[in-house]
Write a protein of this length. Structure first.
Length: 132
């Protein structure tokens, strides 16, 4: 499979990009469902919940030339909405009480729920694009 994608060159890059985007959508949908929310409406006068700001981001290439898609908080425009879910996941240091408040790691748990389904979508999309 990797040999065939490399052989296709730029066409292979487009196939990989489309397949990664398709595979990322179910993970984002699961994270939007699992994201922490205020009861009722959004807090502090905001127009939407922080989990609603999560989305599929750009395709990136690592130093080892592996492609991956960024999922979650992908730009600074949604930071005001999404900072609550970020700190719920990672935790934060409370400067008043001088102690660290641990995060719940809910994004990782949400990813684990949807990982196998996303892998199936990725494989199916690659097979369809490459016409195996």
């Amino acid at each position: 499979l990797i040999y065939k994608i490399e052989k296709l060159g730029m066409a292979g890059n487009q196939v990989a990009r489309r397949s990664l985007k398709k595979a990322a959508k179910p993970i984002v949908m699961q994270q939007k469902q699992d994201g922490p929310r205020h009861k009722g409406g959004p807090a502090n006068g905001k127009s939407k919940h922080g989990a609603d700001a999560l989305k599929v981001g750009p395709i990136r290439t690592s130093k080892s030339k592996n492609k991956y898609v960024q999922i979650g908080i992908v730009d600074s425009a949604v930071w005001e909405y999404a900072k609550g879910v970020y700190f719920q996941h990672n935790g934060f240091y409370n400067w008043v009480s001088k102690r660290y408040i641990a995060g719940s790691q809910w994004m990782d748990k949400s990813f684990e729920k949807e990982k196998s389904q996303s892998a199936k979508i990725l494989i199916d999309a690659l097979e369809r694009e490459l016409k195996f």
